[in-house]
Write a protein that binds this ligand. Structure first.
Ligand SMILES: NC(=O)c1ccc[n+]([C@@H]2O[C@H](COP(=O)([O-])OP(=O)(O)OC[C@H]3O[C@@H](n4cnc5c(N)ncnc54)[C@H](OP(=O)(O)O)[C@@H]3O)[C@@H](O)[C@H]2O)c1
Length: 269
């Protein structure tokens, strides 16, 4: 039985995907998020469907937390595992982590890399799926300001941090050709992502009524997961929902790629 690590499993797309995968008897789901109560309830729901799951609660809002989570995942999974990076934050305001970094930059980019490092070092991974966002086309990464949120804007920061991680994962694919890596836009899905309070929150919830249900997105992700292979060795392909497309221009820009690479290496050294 192969392990499938799914971050962001407590709510939204991740929760729906875990339930959609429950009937795939060949996998054991390793469910990650902060909310242990939700994860425990999800494990029960998966077992009731005849599936196998275990909860590994963890927090990606600090690098120390991510490092510690990575170690626990190494102990929990066996080689040949699939990792789905799905946890994410659309930040409402600039909040700094204990390291003095902008929180979405940590949750969406640096922390998953730190968590993943332990699994790569242990040679536990066979495939990695990255739930990214089509909005990376709006990114404008600024190496001097984005990591600490000095250029904070709710939308732009979300786009920048999702782009950073997508680019980092392209580099991971090149460095680990034995691992099959894909980066994708999951769809426009009715979840709590970017939820706001007050009038704006009310308006947003009205708009979201027309967006697709998490279960629809989850079925699509499950179909993609069932594919034999996603990308050629040494590359990570970009999918819009289920369709492979050329990487957006911003993700091909060499100066941006270098800036993200150098900044990430400096912050994680
Ligand atoms: N919804 C969309 O239309 C859409 C579109 C494009 C891309 N995406 C991407 O899809 C992914 C899932 O989004 P969603 O819409 O399902 O969002 P969501 O409903 O807000 O769920 C986010 C998940 O991430 C986890 N998470 C957040 N902060 C965390 C932290 N500090 N440590 C560990 N886990 C954390 C949450 O769990 P806890 O709070 O329990 O920790 C939750 O399970 C994200 O990467 C998002 O960028 C979504």
């Amino acid at each position: 039985m192969a392990d499938l690590i799914l971050t962001g499993a407590s709510r939204g797309i991740g929760h729906a995907l875990a339930l959609a995968l429950a009937e795939r008897r060949g996998d054991r789901l390793v469910l990650v998020a902060r909310d242990r109560t939700s994860l425990d309830a999800l494990v029960t729901g998966i077992e009731q469907k005849g599936g196998h799951a275990v909860a590994v609660p963890g927090d990606l809002s600090s690098l120390d937390g991510a490092r510690e989570l990575g170690k626990r995942l190494v102990d929990a999974v066996t080689p040949g595992a699939t990792l789905i990076h799905n946890a994410g934050l659309w930040p409402a305001k600039r909040v700094l982590t204990p390291e003095g970094l902008e929180t979405a930059f940590v949750i969406n980019h640096l922390a998953p890399l730190v968590m993943q490092r332990a699994l790569l070092d242990a040679e536990h991974l066979r495939r990695i799926m990255v739930v990214s966002a089509g909005l990376i086309v709006k990114a404008r990464f600024d190496a001097a300001r984005t990591p600490t949120g000095k250029d904070f804007s709710s939308i732009r920061t979300y786009c920048n941090t999702k782009l950073c991680f997508a680019l980092a994962m392209r580099d991971i694919a090149a460095a680990y050709p034995a691992i099959d890596v894909v980066v994708l836009h999951p769809g426009v899905v009715r979840t709590d992502l970017g939820a706001r309070s007050g009038l704006l929150g009310w308006l947003l919830s009205r708009v979201k009524r027309s967006w697709e249900a998490p279960e629809v997105c989850a079925a699509r992700l499950a179909r993609t997961l069932a594919r034999e292979r996603w990308s050629p060795p040494g590359e990570a392909r970009w999918l819009m929902e289920e369709t492979e497309q050329p990487w957006p221009a911003v993700a091909e820009d060499e100066a941006t790629r270098r800036a993200v690479r150098d900044t990430t290496a400096r912050l994680l050294s």
